[in-house]
Design a protein around this ligand. Structure first.
Ligand SMILES: [Zn+2]
Length: 437
């Protein structure tokens, strides 16, 4: 039995923080301890108390003065797009056709998929992200590569092969039947293996025929415990094209409703230009709107109205995500920095506790994985990020004038990136320093 005892300033959320002074929304220990046994947190609290339970032979690691938080969660990312990120000058549909689809054809080659899966999860760990909901390419081998690498690292990840059978080049198309069969085989092989979770992944309405969405709906009915992930209402040209493809349905959201794809584990990337009817339908279904600020700004898609969605009578469940390669950074700190600005452009502010809630517990709730990750609670998996608010000269200088935890978190969000991530534990294993050696 491997036991380690971490010491540092621990921060974990109990619920959404209404204000910056809503202290009962989080648990902060200035001298905190986390006792980890076989990859799980078995005790958490004040260091002096936790140490008493540690027993003989426990390995002690002192991270003071750094912050220990639950590992970050990225609710929407495309692992095959590592060589698409930073592609210039296009909006969504041109960006897909010019850069993304040609790049994803390379994942026919299983070896390419394995290489990128390894580099992708390295990058996640370097940035403090311990769980992602990932899109693979259309090729079954890309999902196999992703899950094999994720399983090898013992990471809790959600992923699926995209289903797409039209409006894209031959090299990235499946058929309704092959998309169904490959998905079925991948679920069989990977869902629930170790910490791996499968997501049924029709890319979006434009690249799936009605027959394929029918098949995706069948998969959701056959596997009601699985996630479903897709894109919704990102860009005006996309919405218009979808309306042309599905003229008999009420609106874009109705496409997914009609085929039985909206449920409590449905992750809907973007949701920028929703009508009130669509937002109501998503809320009624308990589905999740995924906010991808760097992507939405980069592709010029629009401003996600976070606070309005959260506050409306029929509130939306919200997750936050990078959406790499439309997104421009792997870091969830950078993501929430841009998220702050998007929300500011809508005339509101997100306070730093709300941001860090979103990155951790909020995203865990949205992904229905809260019983395993997203907090530092006892009896959860030990996925932990260690943050250093003095990681760079500019941060160090700014920290001289910072007095509160809220200010420190806001500095981490505003100037922080992978350099602020000192260590990352994946199921109790020091994954970032392991990687460096
Ligand atoms: Zn996406």
């Amino acid at each position: 039995m491997i036991s380690i005892l971490l010491r540092g300033r621990t921060l974990s959320f109990l619920r959404w923080p209404e204000t910056i002074d809503d202290h009962s929304a989080w648990r902060y220990e200035d001298d905190g301890g986390l006792l980890i046994r076989d990859g799980r947190i078995v005790a958490a609290g004040a260091y002096a108390e936790v140490e008493k339970q540690a027993g003989q032979g426990v390995k002690k690691i002192d991270h003071r003065p750094h912050l220990l938080l639950p590992g970050f969660i990225d609710a929407h990312v495309h692992f095959p797009q590592m060589q698409v990120i930073a592609s210039h000058g296009a909006e969504l549909l041109d960006w897909l056709n010019t850069y993304t689809f040609p790049e994803e054809t390379k994942f026919r080659n299983a070896q390419h998929g394995r290489r990128i899966a390894r580099l992708f999860l390295d990058e996640m760990v370097r940035h403090g992200t311990t769980t992602v909901a990932a899109y693979c390419s259309v090729h079954k081998a890309s999902a196999e590569a992703f899950f094999a690498e994720s399983h090898h690292r013992n990471m809790l990840n959600i992923a699926g092969k995209v289903m797409m059978d039209r409006n894209a080049p031959e090299g990235v198309l499946d058929t309704p039947q092959s998309g169904y069969d490959d998905t079925k085989a991948l679920i069989e092989e990977w869902h629930g293996k170790g910490r791996q979770l499968y997501a049924i992944t029709p890319r979006f309405a434009i690249t799936s025929s009605p027959e394929q969405l029918e098949m995706a709906g069948t998969l959701c009915r056959e596997h009601p415990d699985l996630h479903m992930q897709t894109h919704l209402s990102e860009n005006h040209a996309e919405i218009a094209f979808t309306r042309e493809l599905y003229p008999q349905l009420r609106d874009y959201t109705d496409v997914y409703e009609h085929y039985g794809l909206l449920g409590k584990k449905s992750l809907l990337g973007h949701c920028i230009h929703l009508s009130e009817r669509e937002a109501d339908a998503i809320s009624d279904a308990g589905s999740i709107a995924v906010f991808c600020p760097t992507s939405n700004l980069f592709l010029g898609s629009g401003l996600f109205d976070y606070q309005r969605h959260r506050r409306r009578d029929k509130a939306l469940r919200i997750a936050a995500a990078t959406d790499v390669g439309g997104g421009t950074n792997y870091s969830m700190l950078r993501t929430m920095d841009e998220g702050y600005k998007v929300i500011a452009l809508n005339g509101e502010k997100l306070n730093p506790f709300q941001s860090f809630w979103q990155l951790t517990r909020g995203n865990a709730e949205a992904l229905s994985v809260l019983e395993k990750v997203g907090t530092l609670d006892q009896d959860t998996d030990a996925d932990i990020v260690v943050l250093d608010a003095r990681a760079t000269p500019a941060m160090r200088l700014r920290m001289e004038t910072i007095e509160t935890l809220a200010e420190e978190l806001f500095l981490l969000q505003t100037l922080g990136d992978d350099r602020a991530v000192r260590e990352v534990y994946v199921a109790g294993r020091a994954a970032k320093s392991d990687m460096a050696t």
